[in-house]
Write a protein that binds this ligand. Sequence first.
Ligand code: F6P
Length: 341
Amino acid sequence: MRIGVLTGGGDCPGLNAVIRAVVRKGAGIYGHEFVGFRDGWKGPIENLTMPLGIAEVRGILPRGGTILGSSRTNPFKVDNGIERITENLATGAVDALIAIGGEDTLGVATKLHEIGVNVVGVPKTIDNDLNATDYTFGFDTAVNIAMEAIDRLHTTAESHHRALIVEVMGRHAGWIALHAGMAGGANVILIPEQPFSLERVCSYVESRFQSHYAPIIVVAEGAVPDGGENATMAKGLDSFGHVRLGGIGEWLAGEIEKATGKEARTTVLGHIQRGGTPSAFDRTLATRFGLHAIDAAHDGAFGEMVALRGTEIVRVPLASATTELKLVKPEMYAEAEVFFG
Ligand code: F6P
Protein backbone atom coordinates (compact mmCIF):
# COMPACT_ATOMS: atom_id res chain seq x y z
CA MET A 1 0.00 0.00 0.00
CA ARG A 2 1.00 3.61 -0.48
CA ILE A 3 -0.04 5.53 2.63
CA GLY A 4 -0.24 9.30 3.14
CA VAL A 5 0.42 10.79 6.58
CA LEU A 6 -0.62 14.25 7.77
CA THR A 7 -0.68 16.24 11.01
CA GLY A 8 -3.39 18.90 11.48
CA GLY A 9 -4.41 21.50 14.05
CA GLY A 10 -2.20 22.95 16.79
CA ASP A 11 1.18 21.24 16.99
CA CYS A 12 1.84 19.01 19.96
CA PRO A 13 4.89 17.31 21.49
CA GLY A 14 4.88 13.68 20.33
CA LEU A 15 3.69 14.17 16.74
CA ASN A 16 7.10 13.17 15.38
CA ALA A 17 7.13 10.07 17.57
CA VAL A 18 3.84 8.95 15.95
CA ILE A 19 5.16 9.61 12.43
CA ARG A 20 8.37 7.70 13.21
CA ALA A 21 6.53 4.67 14.60
CA VAL A 22 4.09 4.58 11.65
CA VAL A 23 6.94 4.62 9.12
CA ARG A 24 9.35 2.33 11.02
CA LYS A 25 6.76 -0.42 11.38
CA GLY A 26 4.91 0.32 8.14
CA ALA A 27 7.98 0.35 5.89
CA GLY A 28 10.31 -1.83 7.96
CA ILE A 29 7.93 -4.65 8.91
CA TYR A 30 5.00 -4.46 6.46
CA GLY A 31 6.83 -3.08 3.41
CA HIS A 32 4.37 -0.22 2.77
CA GLU A 33 5.39 3.02 1.05
CA PHE A 34 4.68 6.45 2.55
CA VAL A 35 4.16 10.00 1.38
CA GLY A 36 4.10 12.96 3.76
CA PHE A 37 1.36 15.55 3.19
CA ARG A 38 2.49 18.96 4.41
CA ASP A 39 0.59 21.38 6.66
CA GLY A 40 -2.51 19.44 7.63
CA TRP A 41 -5.40 19.24 5.14
CA LYS A 42 -3.71 21.94 3.05
CA GLY A 43 -1.27 19.21 1.90
CA PRO A 44 -3.74 16.91 0.15
CA ILE A 45 -5.79 19.90 -1.12
CA GLU A 46 -2.78 21.55 -2.79
CA ASN A 47 -0.78 18.35 -3.30
CA LEU A 48 2.04 19.57 -1.06
CA THR A 49 4.04 16.42 -0.41
CA MET A 50 7.40 15.35 0.95
CA PRO A 51 9.26 12.04 0.92
CA LEU A 52 8.58 10.00 4.04
CA GLY A 53 10.76 6.93 4.46
CA ILE A 54 12.92 5.44 7.18
CA ALA A 55 15.71 7.94 6.39
CA GLU A 56 13.35 10.91 6.91
CA VAL A 57 12.21 9.72 10.34
CA ARG A 58 15.67 9.05 11.77
CA GLY A 59 16.42 11.14 14.86
CA ILE A 60 12.98 12.76 15.16
CA LEU A 61 11.71 10.94 18.30
CA PRO A 62 12.72 13.69 20.79
CA ARG A 63 11.90 16.61 18.48
CA GLY A 64 8.91 18.84 19.24
CA GLY A 65 6.56 20.12 16.52
CA THR A 66 5.98 18.06 13.40
CA ILE A 67 8.33 17.42 10.48
CA LEU A 68 5.23 17.48 8.24
CA GLY A 69 4.08 20.95 9.32
CA SER A 70 0.53 21.70 10.40
CA SER A 71 -2.33 24.10 9.77
CA ARG A 72 -5.96 24.64 10.70
CA THR A 73 -7.10 24.42 7.07
CA ASN A 74 -10.68 23.18 6.78
CA PRO A 75 -11.23 21.54 3.36
CA PHE A 76 -14.96 22.18 3.68
CA LYS A 77 -14.22 25.93 3.67
CA VAL A 78 -11.93 25.78 0.62
CA ASP A 79 -13.38 25.86 -2.93
CA ASN A 80 -13.70 22.25 -4.11
CA GLY A 81 -11.56 21.23 -1.13
CA ILE A 82 -12.92 17.70 -0.88
CA GLU A 83 -12.81 17.04 -4.66
CA ARG A 84 -9.22 18.29 -4.77
CA ILE A 85 -8.25 15.90 -1.96
CA THR A 86 -9.81 12.85 -3.63
CA GLU A 87 -8.26 13.80 -7.00
CA ASN A 88 -4.79 14.30 -5.51
CA LEU A 89 -5.00 11.00 -3.62
CA ALA A 90 -5.96 9.22 -6.86
CA THR A 91 -3.24 10.93 -8.95
CA GLY A 92 -0.61 10.18 -6.32
CA ALA A 93 -1.79 6.54 -6.08
CA VAL A 94 -2.35 6.99 -2.34
CA ASP A 95 -4.40 4.06 -1.04
CA ALA A 96 -4.92 5.25 2.52
CA LEU A 97 -4.37 8.19 4.85
CA ILE A 98 -3.24 8.32 8.47
CA ALA A 99 -4.57 11.59 9.90
CA ILE A 100 -3.06 12.72 13.20
CA GLY A 101 -5.04 15.50 14.83
CA GLY A 102 -7.64 16.71 17.28
CA GLU A 103 -11.38 17.19 17.06
CA ASP A 104 -11.26 19.35 13.91
CA THR A 105 -8.76 17.26 11.90
CA LEU A 106 -10.47 14.01 12.85
CA GLY A 107 -13.89 15.52 12.11
CA VAL A 108 -12.73 16.07 8.52
CA ALA A 109 -11.24 12.55 8.47
CA THR A 110 -14.61 11.13 9.56
CA LYS A 111 -16.44 12.90 6.73
CA LEU A 112 -13.83 11.80 4.19
CA HIS A 113 -14.22 8.22 5.32
CA GLU A 114 -17.99 8.53 4.85
CA ILE A 115 -17.40 9.36 1.17
CA GLY A 116 -15.08 6.41 0.67
CA VAL A 117 -11.56 7.64 1.53
CA ASN A 118 -9.53 5.05 3.47
CA VAL A 119 -8.59 6.88 6.68
CA VAL A 120 -7.18 5.85 10.06
CA GLY A 121 -7.06 8.46 12.83
CA VAL A 122 -4.62 9.19 15.63
CA PRO A 123 -5.94 11.48 18.39
CA LYS A 124 -3.79 14.45 19.36
CA THR A 125 -4.25 17.48 21.59
CA ILE A 126 -2.40 19.00 24.51
CA ASP A 127 -5.86 19.80 25.93
CA ASN A 128 -6.64 16.09 26.64
CA ASP A 129 -10.29 16.77 25.90
CA LEU A 130 -11.10 13.94 23.47
CA ASN A 131 -13.59 11.68 25.16
CA ALA A 132 -12.72 8.55 23.16
CA THR A 133 -9.26 8.20 24.71
CA ASP A 134 -8.13 8.27 28.33
CA TYR A 135 -5.11 10.44 27.44
CA THR A 136 -3.77 12.21 24.40
CA PHE A 137 -0.03 12.66 23.94
CA GLY A 138 1.26 16.22 24.44
CA PHE A 139 -0.86 16.71 27.54
CA ASP A 140 1.74 15.32 29.96
CA THR A 141 4.46 17.55 28.46
CA ALA A 142 2.21 20.63 28.68
CA VAL A 143 1.36 19.87 32.32
CA ASN A 144 5.03 19.46 33.21
CA ILE A 145 5.94 22.76 31.55
CA ALA A 146 3.12 24.56 33.38
CA MET A 147 4.04 22.89 36.68
CA GLU A 148 7.65 24.00 36.35
CA ALA A 149 6.47 27.56 35.66
CA ILE A 150 4.26 27.46 38.79
CA ASP A 151 7.20 26.18 40.89
CA ARG A 152 9.30 29.11 39.70
CA LEU A 153 6.51 31.63 40.21
CA HIS A 154 6.04 30.53 43.84
CA THR A 155 9.48 31.79 44.80
CA THR A 156 9.19 35.13 43.05
CA ALA A 157 5.63 35.64 44.39
CA GLU A 158 6.95 35.12 47.95
CA SER A 159 9.85 37.53 47.42
CA HIS A 160 7.63 40.34 46.14
CA HIS A 161 4.45 39.64 48.15
CA ARG A 162 2.49 39.60 44.92
CA ALA A 163 -0.44 37.56 43.69
CA LEU A 164 0.80 35.77 40.57
CA ILE A 165 -1.59 34.48 37.96
CA VAL A 166 -0.61 31.83 35.41
CA GLU A 167 -2.79 31.62 32.29
CA VAL A 168 -2.61 28.21 30.63
CA MET A 169 -4.25 26.71 27.53
CA GLY A 170 -7.64 25.02 27.68
CA ARG A 171 -10.44 26.35 25.55
CA HIS A 172 -13.35 24.18 26.75
CA ALA A 173 -11.64 21.84 29.20
CA GLY A 174 -9.51 22.69 32.21
CA TRP A 175 -7.30 19.58 32.30
CA ILE A 176 -3.98 21.41 31.99
CA ALA A 177 -4.98 23.96 34.64
CA LEU A 178 -6.28 21.26 36.98
CA HIS A 179 -3.28 18.92 36.73
CA ALA A 180 -0.58 21.62 36.65
CA GLY A 181 -2.29 23.56 39.43
CA MET A 182 -2.57 20.48 41.61
CA ALA A 183 1.00 19.37 40.91
CA GLY A 184 2.33 22.89 41.46
CA GLY A 185 0.37 23.62 44.63
CA ALA A 186 -1.68 26.51 43.21
CA ASN A 187 -3.92 28.36 45.68
CA VAL A 188 -6.76 28.77 43.19
CA ILE A 189 -7.47 26.91 39.92
CA LEU A 190 -10.03 28.29 37.48
CA ILE A 191 -11.35 26.13 34.64
CA PRO A 192 -13.85 26.63 31.80
CA GLU A 193 -16.22 23.98 33.21
CA GLN A 194 -16.86 25.92 36.45
CA PRO A 195 -17.71 29.63 36.15
CA PHE A 196 -15.99 31.34 39.09
CA SER A 197 -16.97 33.93 41.68
CA LEU A 198 -14.52 36.83 41.61
CA GLU A 199 -15.39 37.55 45.22
CA ARG A 200 -14.35 34.03 46.26
CA VAL A 201 -11.10 34.25 44.29
CA CYS A 202 -10.30 37.53 46.07
CA SER A 203 -11.06 36.03 49.45
CA TYR A 204 -8.69 33.11 48.70
CA VAL A 205 -6.04 35.66 47.73
CA GLU A 206 -6.51 37.54 51.00
CA SER A 207 -6.46 34.44 53.18
CA ARG A 208 -3.27 33.28 51.48
CA PHE A 209 -1.59 36.64 52.18
CA GLN A 210 -2.77 36.44 55.80
CA SER A 211 -0.85 33.18 56.20
CA HIS A 212 2.29 35.12 55.04
CA TYR A 213 2.55 33.28 51.77
CA ALA A 214 1.83 34.72 48.34
CA PRO A 215 -0.98 33.28 46.21
CA ILE A 216 -0.60 31.56 42.84
CA ILE A 217 -3.72 31.42 40.69
CA VAL A 218 -3.84 29.10 37.68
CA VAL A 219 -6.46 30.08 35.13
CA ALA A 220 -7.38 28.27 31.91
CA GLU A 221 -7.76 30.59 28.92
CA GLY A 222 -11.41 29.53 28.61
CA ALA A 223 -12.39 30.19 32.24
CA VAL A 224 -15.23 32.69 32.75
CA PRO A 225 -16.45 34.67 35.75
CA ASP A 226 -20.05 34.09 36.91
CA GLY A 227 -22.35 35.69 34.34
CA GLY A 228 -19.33 36.79 32.24
CA GLU A 229 -17.96 35.89 28.83
CA ASN A 230 -14.77 34.41 27.40
CA ALA A 231 -11.84 36.83 27.14
CA THR A 232 -10.72 36.96 23.51
CA MET A 233 -7.60 38.29 21.75
CA ALA A 234 -8.89 39.07 18.31
CA LYS A 235 -12.12 39.41 16.45
CA GLY A 236 -13.11 36.78 13.91
CA LEU A 237 -13.06 33.01 13.80
CA ASP A 238 -10.63 30.46 12.39
CA SER A 239 -11.78 28.13 9.60
CA PHE A 240 -13.21 25.69 12.14
CA GLY A 241 -15.19 28.50 13.81
CA HIS A 242 -13.03 28.99 16.93
CA VAL A 243 -12.35 32.40 18.49
CA ARG A 244 -8.80 33.13 19.68
CA LEU A 245 -8.97 33.10 23.46
CA GLY A 246 -6.68 35.02 25.79
CA GLY A 247 -6.72 37.84 28.30
CA ILE A 248 -8.57 36.28 31.25
CA GLY A 249 -5.35 36.36 33.36
CA GLU A 250 -4.74 40.05 32.72
CA TRP A 251 -8.37 40.87 33.50
CA LEU A 252 -8.18 38.89 36.72
CA ALA A 253 -4.99 40.68 37.82
CA GLY A 254 -6.73 44.06 37.45
CA GLU A 255 -9.78 42.91 39.41
CA ILE A 256 -7.68 41.37 42.21
CA GLU A 257 -5.64 44.57 42.56
CA LYS A 258 -8.83 46.65 42.74
CA ALA A 259 -10.51 44.38 45.29
CA THR A 260 -7.57 43.53 47.56
CA GLY A 261 -5.10 46.39 47.11
CA LYS A 262 -2.34 43.80 46.55
CA GLU A 263 -0.14 43.84 43.49
CA ALA A 264 -1.15 41.14 40.99
CA ARG A 265 0.73 40.12 37.83
CA THR A 266 0.01 37.64 35.06
CA THR A 267 2.24 35.21 33.17
CA VAL A 268 0.73 33.79 29.98
CA LEU A 269 2.41 30.49 29.08
CA GLY A 270 0.87 30.34 25.59
CA HIS A 271 2.70 28.26 23.00
CA ILE A 272 5.56 27.45 25.37
CA GLN A 273 3.21 24.68 26.57
CA ARG A 274 3.19 23.12 23.10
CA GLY A 275 6.83 23.58 22.18
CA GLY A 276 9.99 21.56 22.67
CA THR A 277 10.77 17.98 23.45
CA PRO A 278 8.03 15.56 24.60
CA SER A 279 8.08 13.92 28.03
CA ALA A 280 8.86 10.19 28.33
CA PHE A 281 5.14 9.47 28.84
CA ASP A 282 4.20 11.33 25.65
CA ARG A 283 6.99 9.73 23.58
CA THR A 284 5.83 6.28 24.67
CA LEU A 285 2.10 6.94 24.16
CA ALA A 286 2.72 8.57 20.78
CA THR A 287 4.95 5.68 19.68
CA ARG A 288 2.31 3.13 20.72
CA PHE A 289 -0.41 5.12 18.90
CA GLY A 290 1.76 5.13 15.76
CA LEU A 291 2.39 1.37 15.92
CA HIS A 292 -1.31 0.60 16.37
CA ALA A 293 -2.36 3.09 13.67
CA ILE A 294 -0.19 1.39 11.04
CA ASP A 295 -1.52 -2.00 12.19
CA ALA A 296 -5.06 -0.67 11.63
CA ALA A 297 -4.19 0.63 8.14
CA HIS A 298 -2.44 -2.65 7.30
CA ASP A 299 -5.55 -4.59 8.43
CA GLY A 300 -7.83 -2.32 6.36
CA ALA A 301 -9.57 -1.08 9.53
CA PHE A 302 -10.49 2.26 7.94
CA GLY A 303 -12.83 4.67 9.68
CA GLU A 304 -11.18 3.68 12.95
CA MET A 305 -9.02 5.64 15.36
CA VAL A 306 -6.56 4.39 17.96
CA ALA A 307 -7.27 5.25 21.59
CA LEU A 308 -5.86 4.58 25.05
CA ARG A 309 -8.19 2.70 27.42
CA GLY A 310 -6.47 2.02 30.71
CA THR A 311 -3.08 0.74 29.56
CA GLU A 312 -4.32 -0.84 26.32
CA ILE A 313 -4.39 0.74 22.87
CA VAL A 314 -7.73 -0.06 21.23
CA ARG A 315 -9.54 0.84 18.00
CA VAL A 316 -12.68 2.99 18.19
CA PRO A 317 -14.80 4.53 15.42
CA LEU A 318 -13.27 7.74 14.04
CA ALA A 319 -16.58 9.51 14.64
CA SER A 320 -16.18 9.03 18.40
CA ALA A 321 -13.36 11.62 18.33
CA THR A 322 -15.90 14.35 17.73
CA THR A 323 -19.07 13.19 19.46
CA GLU A 324 -18.33 14.43 22.98
CA LEU A 325 -15.65 16.51 24.68
CA LYS A 326 -14.06 15.11 27.81
CA LEU A 327 -14.58 17.72 30.52
CA VAL A 328 -13.40 17.97 34.12
CA LYS A 329 -16.11 16.52 36.37
CA PRO A 330 -17.28 18.56 39.39
CA GLU A 331 -16.00 15.88 41.81
CA MET A 332 -12.50 16.10 40.32
CA TYR A 333 -12.54 19.88 40.66
CA ALA A 334 -13.69 19.43 44.27
CA GLU A 335 -10.50 17.42 44.95
CA ALA A 336 -8.41 20.42 43.88
CA GLU A 337 -10.60 22.87 45.85
CA VAL A 338 -9.45 21.30 49.14
CA PHE A 339 -6.17 23.18 48.63
CA PHE A 340 -7.61 26.59 47.65
CA GLY A 341 -6.82 29.68 49.72
O1 F6P B 1 -6.00 22.80 20.63
C1 F6P B 1 -4.79 23.04 21.23
C2 F6P B 1 -4.62 24.50 21.59
O2 F6P B 1 -3.31 24.65 22.07
C3 F6P B 1 -5.66 25.06 22.57
O3 F6P B 1 -5.37 24.79 23.91
C4 F6P B 1 -5.60 26.52 22.26
O4 F6P B 1 -6.81 27.17 22.59
C5 F6P B 1 -5.38 26.55 20.78
O5 F6P B 1 -4.77 25.32 20.44
C6 F6P B 1 -4.53 27.70 20.31
O6 F6P B 1 -4.40 27.59 18.94
P1 F6P B 1 -3.47 28.51 18.04
O7 F6P B 1 -2.06 28.13 18.32
O8 F6P B 1 -3.87 28.19 16.64
O9 F6P B 1 -3.77 29.91 18.43
